[in-house]
Write a protein that binds this ligand. Structure first.
Ligand SMILES: Cc1ncc(C[n+]2csc(CCOP(=O)(O)OP(=O)(O)O)c2C)c(N)n1
Length: 558
């Protein structure tokens, strides 16, 4: 058998594992791996910052349904990419992080970028392995498989320089079949189906786990046949079309408060779902949670005895069989209350979307962008991926933009991570637009546009107020001084696009915004539309869905 360099063996392993894209930032000693990978036809998407590269790989994993791969140098490269490890772990996205490290015989000598990454990352990954030249196949296949199988998450392989630069032999094939899909115990299916049938106010919650599991067809069938109202989580949007008649996203609070039996498909009872707890939820609610991870069941206010472990696609089709012929009577008080609340909230949103002021409000801004984009790319075509982060920016845009197909909306997610936007946008472009794309959504197989709706983290004083606060700060006054969120008030972000060969627009009015959005959407270069909106909309830095259940419970007793 002929020998090859460690770098060539690693690249070959990645190719045989089916890896088509690697996100990363190279240096000594990993550059050889990237070059070998490129020679084998793998796309290497080079970043200027590991944090963004690691975020991109996590989103790529989510969109494609298999591990995203990120390659970085050791020491500082790993520290920067650690952000992606945390993000993958919190969101249950499959991520394989590969990093170089210093030569094994130089450990503790102060070698180049020396750091014990295994000790650092072990508590935060499903598995962290240091490969030797002989264990490259086992290390990579195990790490790839572990990121993918069960609940998705991050895994790590440390590749010392002497392994990358050494010579070894290929000893086995690198093959990891699709993860096996577990069905539920049929008795549990009967119990849950019975509960749903007997419910006065049933509700289905569709989470991003359902989008990741690519369970859209069977969930659509479940909702179409049973007519149970459903509520998508922020990234669960699109598993079922937002325009679906049973979508009660606009009556979210009424739904959570009123539902007596809730079937949760691929969402966790964490802060985004208020821990399944009062006062947001009905105190007598029975929660039937379907999750790939048994450890997730019974968490917070969940009921482990009603929990179903299994693949969402398989379990939903089991439930569908068990519920065959049954339909929820939608003339119920629950549906009436949902419709009334929906009507009120939709009217309120429509009114605020038309408020005519300069600077524009968030709602007006999003309304103009939505109208312009919808006219060019009808929402039912699924030709747009929305990426969104920020507090108000994300909260308000979530309901302003309809999504009709799954995996077309990425946001700050379970970790509420500000800073994912650019990496996610690049990942979405790669997942949907590279030749032989690895992700699919909607009827259009043509290229998708990626539209990022980004806050800039600035609190937003106007220029006079900001300068006055700056003066107070310089004079050492604490009263009326700059606040912790007082970033510059009118940063020229549009120039960044121009600096990178793209187009930039600075806009203040609906007309300017519509024109810039249309031109920008049609352009084939990166475009930044810098929209100056009304200042001081968010007095408090918080997400609309964030609340402290315990505190709220106490308050409700007053
Ligand atoms: C990594 C990270 N750093 C900081 C925060 C805290 N944080 C929450 S929202 C937010 C900024 C919100 O501002 P912006 O993006 O402009 O949105 P908007 O003003 O529209 O609410 C920050 C910094 C976070 N969630 N994640």
């Amino acid at each position: 058998m002929s020998s090859s360099s460690g770098a060539a063996l690693i690249a070959q392993a990645l190719q045989e594992l089916g890896v088509k894209v690697i996100f990363g930032l190279v240096g000594i000693p990993v550059v050889q791996i990237a070059e070998e990978a490129i020679a084998l036809g793998i796309r290497f998407i080079a970043f200027r910052n590991e944090q963004a590269a690691s975020y991109a790989a996590t989103a790529y994993g989510y969109l494609t349904g298999k591990p995203g791969v990120c390659l970085v140098v050791g020491g500082p490269g790993v520290l920067h990419a650690w952000a992606g490890i945390g993000n993958a772990s919190a969101n249950a996205f499959p991520l394989l992080l590969l990093a170089g490290s210093s030569e094994t015989h130089l450990v503790t000598k102060g070698a180049f970028q020396e750091m014990d990454a295994i000790t650092l990352l072990s508590p935060h990954t499903k598995i962290s392995i240091r490969s030797t030249i002989d264990s490259i196949p086992e290390s990579l296949t195990n790490a790839y498989k572990t990121a993918w199988y069960g609940r998705g998450g991050p895994t790590f392989v440390d590749l010392p320089a002497d392994v990358i630069q050494g010579d070894g032999e290929k000893t086995m094939a690198y093959a990891v079949p699709e993860p096996p899909k577990a069905a539920s115990d049929p008795e549990k299916i009967r119990v849950v189906a019975q509960l749903l049938k007997s419910a006065k106010a049933p509700l289905v919650i569709v989470g991003k786990g359902a989008a990741y599991a690519q369970a859209e067809s069977v969930i659509r069938k479940l909702i179409d046949e049973t007519r149970i109202p459903f509520l998508p989580t922020p990234m669960g949007k699109g598993v079922l079309p937002d325009s679906h008649a049973s979508n009660i996203a606009s009556a979210r609070s009424t739904a959570l408060k009123g539902a007596d039996v809730v079937l949760i498909l691929g969402a966790r009872l964490n802060w985004i779902l208020h821990f399944g707890d009062e006062p947001k939820w009905n105190s007598a609610v029975e929660i039937c949670q379907v999750d790939i991870s048994a450890e997730e069941l019974g968490k917070n206010n969940g009921d482990a005895s009603l929990g179903i472990v299994g693949d969402i696609k398989v379990v939903t089709s089991q439930l569908l069989n068990e519920l065959e012929g049954w339909q929820y009577d939608t003339s119920s008080d629950f549906v009436r209350a949902l419709k009334a609340s929906e009507k009120k909230n939709v009217a309120k949103a429509a009114k605020s979307a038309k408020v005519d002021s300069t600077p524009m409000t968030y709602e007006r801004t999003f309304d103009v962008i939505r109208e312009t984009i919808d006219a060019i790319s009808p929402v039912e075509d699924g030709g747009v991926v929305y990426v969104s982060e920020g507090a108000n920016t994300m909260d308000k845009s979530r309901s302003a933009f309809n999504v009709e197909h799954p995996r077309l909306r990425l946001d700050a997610g379970t970790y509420a991570t500000m800073g994912v936007g650019l990496g996610y946008a690049i990942a979405a472009h790669c997942a949907y637009n590279l030749p032989s794309p690895e992700a699919a959504s909607g009827p259009e197989s043509s290229r998708k546009k990626v539209v990022c709706l980004e806050g800039d983290s600035a609190f937003g004083e106007d220029s006079d107020a900001w300068l006055e606060m700056q003066r107070n700060t310089i004079e050492g006054k604490s009263k009326g001084a700059l606040r912790s969120s007082s970033l510059g008030w009118e940063v020229g972000y549009e120039n960044i696009a121009k600096m990178c060969g793209g187009k930039g627009y600075l806009v203040r009015t609906p007309e300017e915004l519509a024109k810039a959005t249309e031109e920008g959407f049609k352009a084939n270069v990166p475009v930044v539309v810098n929209v100056i909106i009304q200042a001081g909309q968010a007095q408090k830095l918080e997400f609309a869905w964030q609340n402290n259940s315990k505190k709220a419970k106490k308050d409700s007793k007053l």
